[in-house]
Unconditional design. Structure first.
Length: 456
């Protein structure tokens, strides 16, 4: 299907989405006028209405959308294209984020002035029936997906069935997108066969070296070897070596695309122009709803959120084992959140005066996780005067900003942390090994036969 990669060939028959794409390629403006839409642009997903949509006997979904009048206006506008991308989004990682980014970027590259991305999320029951029980619940998965800067609308409670042209019409989307690892439903049919036949499918590049299955395999490997280094064998789930699994790669071009605003017509927020820079450091391994809650709350303390990410070796030195994800995998995941403005790679373990001065930091945030059901301290997020700040709970890493009275404690209700997730997986080690024993060989077979697909 050469037409699906967006590079060569033409559609075998013209569809609504295809016609609109061709029109925009012909009418592409000669000059782009970039506009800054304010210091908080793209930081918060607006409140969305929810509508239960019955597409067919086997497909009912919950559509999170703006008022239907706005959707219909977008649908009529030749300068706007609406696209859809679905997934399990379990242990949401760089591969998921890159697919969402590409789905939006590709159509901006084709000349559209606005691209609206509807992200579809499969239900717990659907994932369990296809791949085995998900590692995270639908609500836990939804919290990260909702915070992703390329996502405009959501379609949740999706069954694992054909993502058809009829469904696309119900959601007012012109294109259905997916990576080049084409899934097959339990019944044997291709999930996107109908969309392909109707000229409504767009192929995207699947990100190399990372998937939920591969992340779980990394956890199994490190637990099998005692935690400090990946084992040369994955243990109970496969005969795969760590070198066969690999990691995702980060070219400067890919990294820059993650740092860019989701809408190319907007100008990225600048550290130089920021009036109140907020800094928070950490590992941010296995990005989860606890991280999202923390970072969204921290971002409200200023107009520019800078996240410091410790290097893999720094984490191993202080925590006794490597993080599951590499520094660059973690960095691009964090930069995918709409509340984050930039990251500091290989940030120092202790927040130094030099870092505070260099980055013009006004506030250093310290996260305080609390189990569900415990009472939150009053005014946990109220900004204190600089002279009264002295939080951080005595953490020696925050000695310098505490002395300058820059530290603010931020309470987090979610009990999910990277360590809690890792322990959850280890408690289910045998079940995960069985799951990966079935899925990993298929994934490695895909890697062996994959061909080049351009990345948007």
């Amino acid at each position: 299907w050469p037409f699906m990669a967006g590079g060569g060939g033409s559609l075998p028959k013209m569809a609504m989405g295809a016609g609109r794409m061709e029109q925009r390629q012909q009418d592409k403006p000669e000059q782009q006028v970039r506009a800054h839409s304010g210091p908080d642009a793209d930081k918060v997903l607006p409140e969305l209405e929810k509508e239960l949509v019955r597409v067919s006997d086997d497909l009912t979904l919950l559509w999170h959308r703006p008022p239907i009048e706005e959707v219909e206006r977008q649908d009529r506008d030749p300068d706007t294209v609406r696209v859809f991308l679905n997934g399990c989004f379990d242990l949401m990682h760089l591969g998921h984020f890159n697919a969402l980014r590409q789905a939006k970027s590709l159509f901006y590259q084709r000349g559209f002035k606005k691209v609206v991305l509807v992200a579809g999320l499969h239900s717990d029951a659907a994932v369990a029936g296809q791949k085995g029980p998900p590692m995270l619940s639908e609500e836990e998965r939804l919290s990260v997906l909702r915070a992703t800067k390329w996502v405009d609308e959501l379609a949740t409670a999706l069954p694992y069935v054909s993502m058809s042209a009829r469904m696309a019409d119900a959601l007012r989307v012109q294109w259905i997108c997916h990576g080049d690892d084409m899934p097959v439903c339990k019944g044997g049919g291709g999930m996107y066969s109908d969309a392909i036949e109707n000229g409504r499918f767009q192929l995207l590049k699947r990100t190399e070296g990372i998937s939920t299955t591969q992340i779980l395999e990394r956890i199994l490997q490190t637990s099998h070897s005692g935690g400090s280094e990946p084992s040369s064998k994955a243990g109970p789930s496969s005969d795969c070596t760590s070198s066969e699994l690999g990691t995702a790669w980060a070219t400067t071009q890919r990294f820059a695309s993650f740092a860019a605003p989701p809408n190319p017509w907007n100008v990225a927020r600048s550290l130089t122009e920021a009036k109140r820079v907020v800094y928070i450091g950490g590992t941010f391994d296995l990005l989860n709803e606890g991280h999202v809650e923390l970072l969204e709350k921290v971002s409200r303390l200023g107009d520019y959120l800078l996240v410091g990410l410790h290097s893999d070796e720094t984490v191993r030195k202080h925590r006794g084992r490597l993080p599951v994800l590499t520094l660059l995998e973690r960095a691009m995941a964090v930069m995918s959140l709409r509340c984050v403005d930039d990251v500091v790679l290989s940030a120092p373990w202790e927040v130094s005066r030099d870092l505070l001065t260099t980055m013009n930091v006004s506030v250093v945030a310290a996260g305080c996780a609390r189990p569900w059901g415990t009472k939150r301290p009053a005014a946990a997020l109220q900004e204190a005067d600089a002279g009264s700040r002295g939080g951080g709970g005595g953490d020696p890493r925050l000695a310098a900003p505490r002395e300058l009275r820059l530290v603010v404690d931020v309470d987090v209700e979610s009990s999910i942390t990277s360590e809690a997730l890792r322990q959850r997986f280890l408690d289910s080690r045998e079940a995960i090994a069985r799951r990966n024993g079935a899925l990993l060989p298929k994934e490695l077979a895909y890697v062996e036969r994959r061909t080049y697909v351009p990345e948007s």
